[in-house]
Design a protein around this ligand. Structure first.
Ligand code: AMP
Length: 540
């Protein structure tokens, strides 16, 4: 007969994270880029006070546990206080992606039944447009001091965050409740149909934040300074705003300035050791560093995910700048990181190029997450690194049901990700494609991701995207789009010859379209839908 363990059953709550930082790392700094430009700095002890003040302020507005409070904001200290003040009070912070189409924003705000909205001044024009269509939102709060408040016609009163919280007490007793209580809400970007809401629990976030700090994941400790470029409005900035205070790491929040120069300067000035973001950010950063012949003096590693990190970029970071890339995979439905790789001693014995090839895969599952790949009949395929199928995941921070969803997305207790992947004998997972992006040619699959990564290795190529275009004989054939680096050119024949050395001959694109830039969506991914609309005809 099983026995019950005799340990305390203390709930895993988000309020405990900031209070831990305030108590154990009280003087560790949080540095934040204000929306109007300058840097703001204070400590975890101050941040905890700010979160408690906000909790008092929200209660003063009549908001109650269970209410949904939205945010449309950059990575900054007021947003950080909201992460704790809102969730810590038992309310739900709904992080809205400002890059969504306004109609989608209106849809998600209404769907969430949001009562208040916290937003950065940058988004004042957006707020002006959507506010009349969001009747449930009674309080519009601009994350600003008095001097930088915008005027928004039609919103009266427009509340200023500093004016609201300044008079409030910094004494607040965080309520204790079940750790499965909802803490945060984030909607998928929804390329087809309406966005779907993922409602994260306190437990899921706390566990995921702990997992994210582990040595094989981002390896965050109190000796680090971490700069999350990944936005706080998208999958919880990979839980770094929770993991950093948990570990006592100095936290640097870049605000709206995400260009290569601003990031580099911030990294150097604040002695950043770890960063995290999507590949396009690192492309911008490297371009700046290369053009200006700069070096990183403190940066040691960077977490990358959201879309595939090309091997060529991994190699440049590692070989030329001694910055280790930790390449991971996750989705809105997985709270943050579900897989991430770091090289094992066995990998480190391999030649450098093979090491980079391993990093270019999406890594091992983080402890707590189970992964498997299944075929069309739902049977698990072998872990041989080549048999591909749909990636399935399960774990304590993986979605079970969508918010107000009619039917659980789960299949036999696993979440079907819609990603096509392989897993090798060492457990390393590799994303080959999205189910909807994969190209089927003559009955065989061509990986658009592999083709894109191969093209980006060309020195004149900044970005590449591949879509499948209907073909009378082969069913589908790849069409490649290339955005060259500024001031550089590359011709089609040369590019195809370059690719021919790197991919199977039958994978070579049937045509290459050169463009100035590629359409990039709200979460940093190339909008292949747009490319299909303009170029998705039929090859002859
Ligand atoms: P989102 O929910 O917007 O974060 O998008 C999640 C999707 O991004 C995943 O299902 C993948 O298709 C894609 N994705 C995330 N990380 C990676 C990665 N490292 N490589 C390739 N695709 C990725």
């Amino acid at each position: 007969m099983l026995q019950t363990g005799l340990m305390m059953n203390r709930p895993l709550l988000i309020s405990a994270v900031i209070e831990h930082a305030a108590a154990q790392y009280r003087d560790v700094e949080v540095v934040s880029r204000e929306t109007h430009g300058p840097l703001f700095r204070y400590t975890y002890a101050d941040c905890a006070k700010g979160a408690r003040k906000l909790a008092n302020a929200l209660a003063g507005l009549g908001l109650a546990p269970g209410d949904v409070v939205g945010s449309i904001a950059w990575n900054n200290h007021r947003h950080l206080e909201a992460y704790y003040g809102v969730s810590g009070s038992g309310m739900v912070i709904h992080t809205c992606n400002p890059r969504l189409h306004p109609q989608q924003l209106i849809y998600i705000i209404n769907h969430a039944g949001q009562k208040a909205m916290l937003f950065d001044a940058t988004f004042a024009p957006l707020i002006k447009g959507i506010a009349p269509h969001c009747p449930s939102v009674k309080h519009w709060i601009c994350l600003s001091d008095a001097a930088h408040m915008p005027a928004i016609e039609g919103i009266d009163p427009l509340i200023g965050y500093d004016a609201l919280t300044a008079p409030c007490s910094d004494d607040f007793t965080w309520p204790e409740f079940d750790e499965n209580t909802a803490a945060a809400l984030c909607y998928t970007s929804g390329t087809t149909g309406h966005p779907k809401g993922v409602l994260y629990s306190h437990r899921a976030i706390v566990l995921e934040a702990m997992a994210g700090c582990m040595p094989n994941v981002l390896a965050v400790s109190c000796r680090d300074t971490i700069l999350p470029v990944v936005p706080m409005f998208h999958i919880n900035a990979w839980c770094i705003p929770y993991g950093a205070p948990m570990s006592g790491a100095k936290l640097v929040l870049p605000g709206p300035r995400l260009d290569g120069e601003s990031l580099y300067t911030l990294m150097e000035d604040e002695k950043v050791t770890i960063s995290a973001g999507v590949p396009s950010i690192w492309q911008g950063l490297l371009a700046y560093v290369e053009q200006n012949q700069l070096r990183f003096s403190t940066m040691r590693r960077t977490g990358v995910g959201g879309s595939a990190m090309p091997q060529a970029l991994i190699a440049r970071f590692a070989d030329e700048y001694q910055v280790e890339v930790r390449h991971g995979w996750g989705m809105t439905e997985t709270t943050a990181v579900a897989t991430m790789g770091t090289l094992t001693p066995r990998d480190l014995a391999l030649p450098r190029e093979q090491q980079h090839a391993i990093v270019a895969r999406q890594g091992k599952s983080v402890f707590g997450v189970d992964i498997k790949v299944v075929d069309e009949a739902g049977a698990t395929v072998p872990r041989d690194g080549s048999t591909q199928g749909e990636l399935m995941v399960r774990g304590p921070w993986i979605v079970r049901d969508y918010f107000k969803g009619e039917r659980s997305p789960l299949q036999g207790g696993w979440f079907p990700t819609g990603d096509i992947a392989t897993i090798d004998a060492q457990g390393t997972m590799q994303i080959r494609d999205r189910t909807k992006d994969v190209i089927k040619s003559g009955g065989e699959w061509i990986s658009s991701i592999d083709l894109e990564s191969a093209a980006v290795a060309h020195p004149a190529v900044a970005m590449a995207a591949v879509i499948g275009v209907k073909h009378p004989k082969w069913d589908e054939r790849p069409l490649m789009f290339i955005a060259p680096k500024p001031g550089q050119t590359v011709d089609k024949e040369e590019l195809l010859a370059f690719l021919a050395d790197r991919v199977a001959k039958w994978w070579l694109p049937d045509d290459v379209v050169f463009v100035d830039s590629l359409p990039v969506g709200g979460t940093g991914k190339v909008q292949k839908e747009e490319l299909r609309k303009t170029h998705g005809g039929v090859f002859r």
